[in-house]
Design a protein around this ligand. Structure first.
Ligand code: SF4
Ligand code: SF4
Length: 166
């Protein structure tokens, strides 16, 4: 659901995320890939701040605050995804006409391969629909955390956050 350019996530537990996404306008979503940080707990943690080469992530006050995103600085470069120990960072690209692409952190082995069809799951692990892997980035500098990109139906971009191999 979109209200005044703010995408409302499904569950009350994510109310803080809604605040973090307040400046994510429809115009920005249409312009290119953008980061989504789903970090609902205030814990002393801040690797995401250092991970961003564009200084798009900040933590005003202290490292126990929730991270904030400047969507004018975020280029959707993916670099923050594998640096989050909580696997709480995603990037979404809504620019393709017929589908959206979700990029997620993925620590399991074996990795899926490009063009594999896998099961897309929601935040609670519930199956949503089949999705097609579009990209696998598996670099040693990411400390065994790969980045997977997969194509999903347009209306699933804010629902699917995990995959399960078939
Ligand atoms: S996707 Fe790239 S530019 Fe955007 S917040 Fe993450 S590291 Fe920064
Ligand atoms: S690195 Fe991840 S868990 Fe830590 S504050 Fe940033 S988003 Fe939250």
């Amino acid at each position: 659901m979109v209200v005044s350019g703010v995408r409302i996530l499904d569950r009350g537990i994510f109310s803080d995320i809604i605040v973090l996404m307040l400046k994510l306008t429809d115009e920005r979503r249409a312009r290119g890939p953008y980061v989504v940080i789903e970090c609902p707990e205030k814990i002393p943690c801040d690797p995401c701040v250092e991970a961003c080469p564009n200084k798009a992530i900040s933590m005003p006050g202290s490292m126990i605050e929730l991270p904030r995103v400047d969507y004018e600085k975020c280029t959707g470069c993916l670099m923050c995804i594998p640096k989050c120990p909580g696997l709480a960072i995603f990037v979404i690209d809504e620019t393709p006409d017929d589908y959206s692409i979700i990029y997620i952190p993925y620590e399991y082995l074996p990795r899926p391969k490009k063009d594999d069809i896998v099961q897309g799951l929601d935040r609670e692990g519930k199956p949503i629909c089949e999705v097609k892997i579009t990209k696998v980035i598996d670099s040693p500098k990411f400390d065994f955390c790969a980045i997977l990109g997969f194509a999903v139906p347009k209306d699933m971009a804010q629902k699917i956050r995990m995959i399960k191999l078939r």
